[in-house]
Design a protein around this ligand. Structure first.
Ligand code: AHQ
Length: 257
């Protein structure tokens, strides 16, 4: 008996349902509705489950780190796109910190405080990928590059408030960073402790960034139409992250024929 798709285990969670709104939600209701999208966050993806259960191979870790650098490198570019569309100096003054967090305040020097992108490269090196092979992106898969570029295009072309809303997948990110900080020493003793530095930095930066993104969204999205756009922006980014990890998972499967 063939299994219909509907009956089969979905390869990914269903796209979060976009609420149909007869009336505007209050700011608190809007935030709660955004948080209810947690079930579509890629922390639930099989690749991340393998990671937390101690079942990833070094090769899979290396493929993940090398490909995820493409994502880390588009983050400041998408934030710059948001800044270019935002006319509010107060918002820009606060949002620009994200670019500094990723690029670093100074050109990287061995003594300086590295930015997030340099810390991610160091993560890849700690996992055994030569620095040159991280930096030249030779291992980045075409689909990963396209998926990451779609985030820049989204933030370039959408109203800046909707682009800010797409960053709110980080509502769910502290859990994913904490799980890595716990799983790596437990299951992967071969990974040096400095590999966790990036995730520790995000445990501080992500909540601060989420607080700002929520303030923007709660203030701007006061009509059913705008609230629907905010839900759609978060749903886009949830699917973008899921597509990225799907591509990495399938490219480095150990059970692939
Ligand atoms: O390292 C990450 C990061 O700097 C950001 C910025 C933020 C955004 O503006 O979209 N999202 C994000 C995320 C980072 N790390 C991801 C991970 O799994 O390590 C999670 C990701 C996110 O949840 O959007």
């Amino acid at each position: 008996m063939t299994t219909t798709f509907a009956a089969s285990q979905l390869a990914s969670p269903p796209r979060p349902p976009i609420p149909t709104l007869e009336r505007p939600l209050s700011p608190a209701e809007l935030e709660a509705a955004l948080r209810s999208f947690h079930g579509s966050y890629y922390v639930r993806h099989p690749f991340h489950q393998l990671m937390y259960e101690g079942r990833l191979t070094q090769r899979q870790f290396q493929g993940w780190a090398a490909n995820r650098l493409a994502y880390q490198r588009v983050v400041p570019r998408k934030d710059a796109a948001i800044l270019s569309n935002c006319p509010d100096p107060g918002v820009r003054r606060e949002w620009i910190q994200r670019i500094i967090d990723h690029d670093g305040a100074e050109p990287t020097d061995p003594k300086g405080t590295p930015g997030g992108i340099e810390m991610w490269i160091r993560l890849g090196v700690a996992l055994g990928v030569p620095r040159e092979e991280m930096e030249d992106e030779r291992h980045v898969l075409p689909a990963v590059r396209l998926i990451c570029e779609s985030y820049v295009t989204f933030c370039r072309n959408k109203p800046w408030q909707e682009a800010c809303a797409s960053s709110l997948t980080e509502l769910f990110a502290p859990k994913i960073h904490q799980q890595r900080i716990e799983a790596f020493p437990t299951h992967y003793p071969w990974i040096p402790p400095e590999a966790l530095d990036y995730f520790r930095s995000r445990l501080v930066q992500a909540p601060r960034d989420v607080n700002h993104g929520l303030r923007i969204v709660r203030e701007w999205a006061t009509t059913p139409e705008r609230q629907r756009k905010v839900f759609e922006a978060l749903a886009f980014k949830l699917e973008m992250l899921w597509a990225m990890i799907d591509t990495i998972h399938n490219a480095y499967r150990e059970d692939a024929a």
